[in-house]
Design a protein around this ligand. Structure first.
Ligand code: NYM
Ligand code: MG
Length: 211
């Protein structure tokens, strides 16, 4: 592989239980099978010290104010920014479950100010594509039980869903919306088609940052 070609930065977003892990795993396996250099990461990255604190918050064993948990989620992304950049520049495609958009929508859904929430994520790497798996949270709740983690509640998911919709409209140049209730295989094939075109398109493009 030519070393001056970079990998693509691909993010999956959407409400809880919408199928992000399933689809990002399928995409990861597909690229691996095609011998494309690829890594799969997710945020929150619960393996770090900050990630452990986030994990305890989500599992309801640690209370933190809305502001503090928001900044920890952002810091958890900043912990990984150099390694993501190195991978991309070395030609590795990075598939990432959740990113700064989750950071903003969950916090704004709880009542924090949008601009305040976005500020700490400014300067992080900008994804080349965001795959937004959209589902009506009411339908989602009947398809599968929300778990016991904080945020897995219908009322909050409704707000989260609307805020994701707003992002999808505003950032339509690189967001792609999918119906999460399509079959797994159908979704996978729609996503793969886009990724096949995306990889050569971004290979010579400079990396951008969130502004
Ligand atoms: N979450 C995730 C946030 O509230 N802010 C963030 O910045 C990120 C990355 O964490 N309910 C929330 C969304 C989820 C929860 O994520 C755990 P996952 O992907 O369900 O493990
Ligand atoms: Mg979840």
């Amino acid at each position: 592989m030519e070393s001056n070609k970079r990998g693509a930065f691909i993010v999956f977003e959407g409400c809880d239980r919408v199928g992000k892990s399933t689809q990002s795993n399928k995409l990861f396996k597909l690229l691996k099978d095609k011998d494309v250099a690829v890594k799969h990461i997710n945020f929150p990255d619960r393996s770090t010290i900050i990630g452990d604190l986030i994990n305890r918050f989500l599992k309801n064993t640690q209370d933190l104010s809305n502001e503090v948990i928001h900044l920890l989620f952002s810091a958890n992304r900043w912990e990984r920014v150099n390694s993501i950049q190195e991978d991309l520049l070395a030609g590795t495609t990075v598939i990432c479950d959740r990113y700064a958009y989750s950071g903003v929508v969950y916090s704004v859904a709880k009542g924090l100010d949008m601009d305040w929430c976005w500020a700490p994520d400014r300067g992080l790497l900008k994804p080349d594509a965001v795959f937004y798996l959209k589902a009506n949270p009411d339908q989602l709740a009947s398809r599968c039980n929300f778990g016991t983690e904080r945020y897995e509640k219908l009322e909050l998911q409704r707000k989260v869903s609307e805020l994701f919709d707003d992002f999808n409209e505003r950032e339509s140049s690189y967001w792609h919306q999918f119906d999460a209730f399509e079959t797994e295989q159908e979704l996978h094939s729609q996503i793969s088609t886009i990724v096949e075109k995306l990889l050569p398109q971004v290979a010579d493009k400079p990396l951008e940052k969130l502004t």
